[in-house]
Design a protein around this ligand. Sequence first.
Ligand SMILES: N[C@@H](CCC(=O)N[C@@H](CSS)C(=O)NCC(=O)O)C(=O)O
Ligand SMILES: [Fe+2]
Length: 258
Amino acid sequence: MDLKFFSKPPLADFVREGLRPDAGLIFRQLFDTSGSSTYTYLLGDPVSKEAVLIDPLKEMVDRDLAVVNDLGLKLKYAINTHCHADHITGSGDLKAKVTGLQSVIAESSGARADVHIKHGDVISFGADSNVINLEVRATPGHTDGCVSYVCDNMVFTGDALLIRGCGRTDFQGGSSEKLYDSVRTQLFELPDETLVYPAHDYKGRMVSTIGEEKELNPRLGLKKTKEEFVEIMSNLNLAYPKKIDESLPANLKCGIDD
Ligand SMILES: N[C@@H](CCC(=O)N[C@@H](CSS)C(=O)NCC(=O)O)C(=O)O
Ligand SMILES: [Fe+2]
């Protein structure tokens, strides 16, 4: 086995040790089987029980809240990596169901939210003795308002970097040149062991590492020049997401029905 690609399993029975040896981090990766192949991530502090969801879906809010309730967690934020084109965010429904919950998205997305974040900001939750930080890194290119969130040895990349792929760049102000620069300067600069958790996978894969993607990503791994990447992206010929016409307007309003 090539040890270069071996990383310590991030989860011990889904409770990761290491962030704080005495406390850890509650972590769940939840998958939408209804069509969008979206991953929603639940991160929680076992001490204070404060928790956040990254990229919740409207259709899956009840599933997410069941997990949150089972674990005795209190949701503080519904955090979005970008204004999604293929599904409606669960942020609006979560706000309606969870008192005090705040929605989060990048200011540059142009979408409505309670909290607008930008590159360099830090989103914090958890107890004073176990503060869990998400560092915001702007990773535009799939959309202009895409951000990734770094939490200790994990990065939540949204649609900027997918496992052995990346987000498309043919709508929502997408730019292949920008995406290449974002991945190279903001994501590939992270340690190779950093675990990559994307917003989607269409082939059943769940996690990768920065080291793997640098070596093996067929679109923008280190062997690819920007020119080669732009050429690849201009020939993807993907069909538009089926729900784009309902998703974009709804997500610009944070998924809240007027
Ligand atoms: N078939 C799906 C949409 C698939 C798609 O376009 N996915 C996006 C991410 S959601 S905006 C993407 O960037 N894909 C990149 C790729 O290489 O697949 C649907 O109809 O919803
Ligand atoms: Fe997207």
